[in-house]
Design a protein. Structure first.
Ligand SMILES: Nc1nc2c(ncn2[C@@H]2O[C@H](COP(=O)(O)OP(=O)(O)OP(=O)(O)O)[C@@H](O)[C@H]2O)c(=O)[nH]1
Ligand SMILES: [Mg+2]
Length: 445
């Protein structure tokens, strides 16, 4: 398994509620005991939890289905079914959970979001013990448990760091991080040595410290995906400050001033406002230059950077020269910048997600107290949401829906008679077998 994974696609499913039970109290010499069927237990929720010890989504790399437990059915003697256990999915801080079908953000596990319920389990069905009335002493029905919900989600890790290192491959970003922090990124003299983000805590004297992210090198076209640029740029979306590293020695045959503008163009091209993040430029590998060459390069860099308010620091990550000054400037600048962590807002409400995620069971029951049949379930709810029952066509569609989904069969099985009332989410209808179900006194109108 790869040690670092920053994206995964999984199915999550909450537990179904347990069914209510139908039974009657029985004892020797006691005839016709009352109803004693217990309630079903509730189904487990799916909950995302930030685990401080994780820094990768590797656990979810293989996808698959993650399921909370179903509630158990109610039992005899007023026995309530056991609730289904919740499912806790541990993720690293900074994981954004999206609905796979639409890409909408469900929750960003950052900031205050340490533990968030994403799918609720179905409620437990009520047992027949609740349905005894003076007129109906032997109710032969109970409520089925609420349905489970299932949805496919995308998990995306956007690391949380104060400062992001950007620049072409091989300019010395990882060398800077390794010298400045406790992090031990791989360093080598070839491009794309760094394959995934590393975080390091940079601690300076006077109690100043910040978290710096080293990401893989960027190349022209990164914003359009070249060299996996998009994947990498994602990780600097939350940083407050960018440390833009260039190779001042030009030893790879490139020009640092031109490199700077190529990378800046990619940042703008990415589209999440990366070009707005303040920058500090580090001109690295200066120990390879003569005094004169060094001044020439710095003058050219400053000519383009300083008018834009971007300071330039000459350094050598290898000898350590200039590093202290650079890091101090980074710490000071970072402290000036607004401290609010960027937390992405949800784009889909949990209720909506839940409705869309309904596994589609439809409950059909008889309400003894109200003397009517009841049809409910999220799918019915949704169907009513887009059907106009007042139109001829809409009503015909509705009838067909009830028939196709076995609702009419289930009403018949419960013993429905012509003229009986059926309730569906605030609508009431009179049932007539010949026409399946007829337009009745709709209490909503
Ligand atoms: N001469 C000299 N070489 C340096 C300096 N800083 C880094 N290097 C060398 O440059 C090469 C690349 O360094 P890395 O830190 O791996 O570069 P990077 O920017 O992280 O590269 P990618 O991860 O591929 O994007 C290594 O051989 C380093 O030893 C420096 O200040 N002077
Ligand atoms: Mg590197």
């Amino acid at each position: 398994m790869p040690d670092f994974v920053d994206r995964a696609r999984i199915f999550i499913k909450s537990g179904k509620g347990g069914d209510g039970h139908v039974s009657f109290y029985r004892e020797k010499f006691v005839a016709n005991g009352g109803p004693d069927g217990g309630d079903g237990g509730r189904g487990g929720d799916v909950i995302f939890v930030v685990d401080q010890g994780l820094n990768s989504l590797a656990d979810y790399h293989y996808g698959g289905k993650y399921k909370a437990e179903n509630g158990q059915d109610g039992g005899r003697k007023r026995c309530t079914g056991k609730s289904g256990a919740d499912l806790e999915l541990k993720v690293p801080e900074g994981t954004v959970v999206r609905e796979a079908s639409t890409g909408r953000v469900i929750v960003d596990m950052s900031g205050e979001n340490r533990r968030v319920t994403v799918l609720k389990g179905g409620r437990g069905g009520t047992g027949n013990m609740h349905y005894a009335t003076s007129t109906m002493q032997a109710p032969h029905y109970a409520k089925p448990g609420g349905e489970a919900s299932e949805v496919e989600v995308l998990l995306e890790l956007k690391v949380i760091a104060d400062v992001g290192l950007v620049g072409f491959p091989n300019v010395g970003k990882s060398t800077i991080l390794s010298r400045a922090s406790n992090a031990k990124p791989k360093i080598a003299g070839y491009p794309f040595t760094t394959l995934h983000p590393h975080l390091g805590v940079v601690s300076l004297e006077e109690g100043k410290s910040f978290v710096m992210a080293d990401i893989p090198g960027l190349i022209e076209g990164a914003a359009d995906g070249a060299g996996l640029g998009k994947e990498f740029l994602r990780h600097i979306e939350r940083t407050r400050l960018l440390l833009h590293v260039v190779d001042a020695s030009g030893m790879e045959g490139r020009d640092p001033v031109q490199d700077l503008s190529v990378i800046n163009r990619e940042l703008s091209g990415y589209g999440a406002g990366l070009e707005q993040i303040p920058q500090i430029v580090a001109a690295n590998k200066t120990e390879l230059l003569s005094e004169a060459e060094r001044e020439e390069v710095l003058d050219r860099l400053r000519a383009v950077c300083e008018p834009a308010g971007v300071p330039v620091y000459p350094i050598s990550a290898v000898t350590g020269e200039g590093l202290k000054e650079l890091l101090y400037a980074v710490a000071v600048k970072r402290e000036e910048l607004p401290g609010e962590l960027v937390v992405f807002s949800p784009e889909v409400e949990r209720e909506e997600l839940q409705a869309a995620a309904a596994t589609g069971e439809i409950d059909v029951s008889y309400d003894e107290k109200e003397h009517m049949y009841v049809v409910e379930g999220t799918r019915i709810d949704r169907m009513l949401g887009y059907t106009n029952l007042d139109s001829e066509k809409g009503f015909a569609f509705f009838q067909k829906f009830l028939k196709d989904n076995g609702v009419l069969d289930r009403l018949n099985a419960l013993g429905i008679q012509d003229g009986d009332t059926v309730r569906l989410y605030g609508h009431q209808f009179d049932y007539y077998h010949s026409e399946d179900i007829s337009h009745g006194n709709d209490i909503d109108q």
